[in-house]
Write a new protein. Structure first.
Length: 262
């Protein structure tokens, strides 16, 4: 890469950095990590995926009637082969338009939102992780599956809105310190919380995982989801890649049999 190309990439990263700052997706030691923007409406936020286009300062998308009708339509899930269930309610904000599962009092259970800049913002709650006063856990298979589905959904956003790359993908896991990892594919033993030394445990307060994609290939959604899944396992001290089944019909593949929308 030439000096000019390196400088151009640095400028691009500065634009992405500014956008992430407003979403609290920078400082992993911050108690508000990951909760900026529309994610503030998800009180049980565990996992957040944000896809930023080349120009996160642009106002590319207007949330007019035509957009709402399209966005609230059906999008097929690449894993289950049935419509994705991001939500049946439409909730716009100053920066993004969400379809969500409402949880009462204006809160969300989950959401997927198109940003004004043509990016995508996805927030996931207890389906991917949970916490109480004594312990916390994250669910690997649902997280990898939701990331795969969200990235596949973004293909439809790009096609309709003609969004330009390169793109930055940020996956954030909130509240990971001393959390255990579970929710595995068939054939893997789930953690026994009473024997924590044998479980996969994260030592970091929060996790932020990033990918930069100059272009999007045919299988990019699946590849990115698996790459993030492997890094999540790394962060929890494991090399097993337990989003792939160890036995059964889907052995050595993503366990489509255990993945579902609820």
């Amino acid at each position: 890469m030439t000096t000019e190309e390196l400088l151009s990439m640095d400028r691009q990263r500065e634009r992405w950095d500014r956008a992430r700052r407003s979403l609290h997706l920078q400082d992993v030691e911050n108690d508000a990590f990951g909760t900026g923007g529309i994610a503030a409406r998800l009180p049980d936020l565990s996992v957040r995926l944000v896809i930023l286009p080349a120009d996160p300062d642009a106002r590319r998308v207007e949330f007019d009637e035509a957009f709402v009708a399209w966005w609230m339509g059906d999008f097929d899930d690449p894993i289950a082969g049935t419509p994705m269930r991001w939500g049946t309610s439409y909730r716009p904000s100053a920066t993004a338009a969400a379809r969500c599962e409402p949880a009462g009092d204006g809160a969300f259970y989950r959401y997927a939102a198109v940003r004004h800049d043509g990016g995508l913002d996805v927030g996931l709650g207890t389906e991917c992780g949970c916490r109480n006063k004594e312990s916390a856990a994250f669910w690997l298979l649902p997280t990898v599956g939701r990331v795969w589905s969200a990235c596949h959904l973004y293909n439809s956003v790009i096609q309709r809105l003609e969004v330009d790359g390169p793109w930055e993908l940020t996956l954030a896991l909130r509240g990971t310190r001393q959390a255990v990892l579970g929710g595995f594919a068939e054939g893997w033993e789930e953690p026994e919380y009473s024997f924590r030394r044998a479980a996969s445990i994260c030592e970091e307060q929060n996790l932020i995982l990033r990918r930069e994609l100059p272009s999007l290939g045919d299988d990019w959604a699946r590849s990115v989801a698996f790459s993030f899944g492997a890094q999540i396992e790394d962060a929890f001290g494991s090399k097993l890649r337990r989003f792939k089944a160890d036995r059964g019909k889907f052995a050595r593949e993503f366990d489509r049999g255990k993945y579902r929308w609820e």
